[in-house]
Design a protein around this ligand. Sequence first.
Ligand code: UT7
Length: 330
Amino acid sequence: MRSGAKISSIGVYVPPKLLTNADLEKMVATNDEWIVERTGIHQRHIVEPGVATSDLAAEAARCCLKRRGIEASEVEMIIVATVTPDMMFPATACLVQEKIGATGAWGFDLSAACSGFIYALQLGAKLIESGVHKKVMVIGADVMSSILDYTDRSTCILFGDGAGAVLLEPTEEGEIGFVDFVHEIDGSGGSSLYMPGGGSLHPSTAETVAAKMHFVHQEGGAVFKVAVRKMAELSETLLTRNELTAADLDCFIPHQANRRIIQATAERLGLPEDKVVINIGEYGNTTAGTIPLAMNTALDRDRLHKGDTVLLASFGGGFTVGTTLLRWEM
Ligand code: UT7
């Protein structure tokens, strides 16, 4: 009989340097009260110059391997979800593979913005479930500070840098692990949240840089409404087709883009606050890093235990939406 797939270990890393709301008050016309009330964010971690996504990803990966007590050489595959790769190519997965010494691994990067980690998780889980691999490392990592315009108060206050890595392995007797997922993309939302410059359409030139096309552009209000509606809608679909209701869930781990988005989504699903993991106050929106960072927070806060029924939900640029149902087996 084929086995299922489960998360067998987790590791996270955020750079030590903090960017607080008080720091931002000195950079743009904003204030702590506005940021906390509208987003729930108090601080973010950001890298020093010269530190890249692969560095954060490698630290998270090392921590994940240490927790599991295995060597990097045992990892068969590395998928790095990111929209801030060190470079256009080689893939950040290759850089991480070299940095941690995962000499037996293949892998690649996956670009799905804030849903990247959930999408990569499904790919990894399917490769375990099919029997192809026994140890897949899935990493969500972003250095958002590298693509932010720190003169644009509507975006620069939102994001931070961070990474999380999980190890996927076959389930043991009696374990369930990954149960089901519903994903959706909607390209019509592309220009509501994007970085227009630096790709093949607008290769970097002095003009594209002068026009700030190498920074994140977002229509915040439009994204907010769709995020709440779609995360709730896909979550409902996933629960219903698995004959579950919100009451059956032990833990809801959503993408951390805005405290109000999380609360509105949880409210639509009928989930009480004590089942919802929120750590945006400490990290801001770390894009592909938010879900593994939030998983780790749930463990630290003793809110996640073996056997728990867990719902993951994400929404991001693309648009991309992801929901995953799993039984926590760590
Ligand atoms: O992770 C990927 C997905 N991304 C998201 O899910 C983000 C979704 N969007 C949001 O989280 C929110 O829309 C924001 C936090 C970006 C903005 O909050 P909002 O409640 O939608 O505010 P708003 O954009 O409607 O702006 C309200 C006011 C405006 O002033 P006026 O026009 O009413 O005078 C803005 O100029 O707040 C102003 N404003 C600020 N004021 C102080 C915008 N940014 C700031 C700021 N500090 N940082």
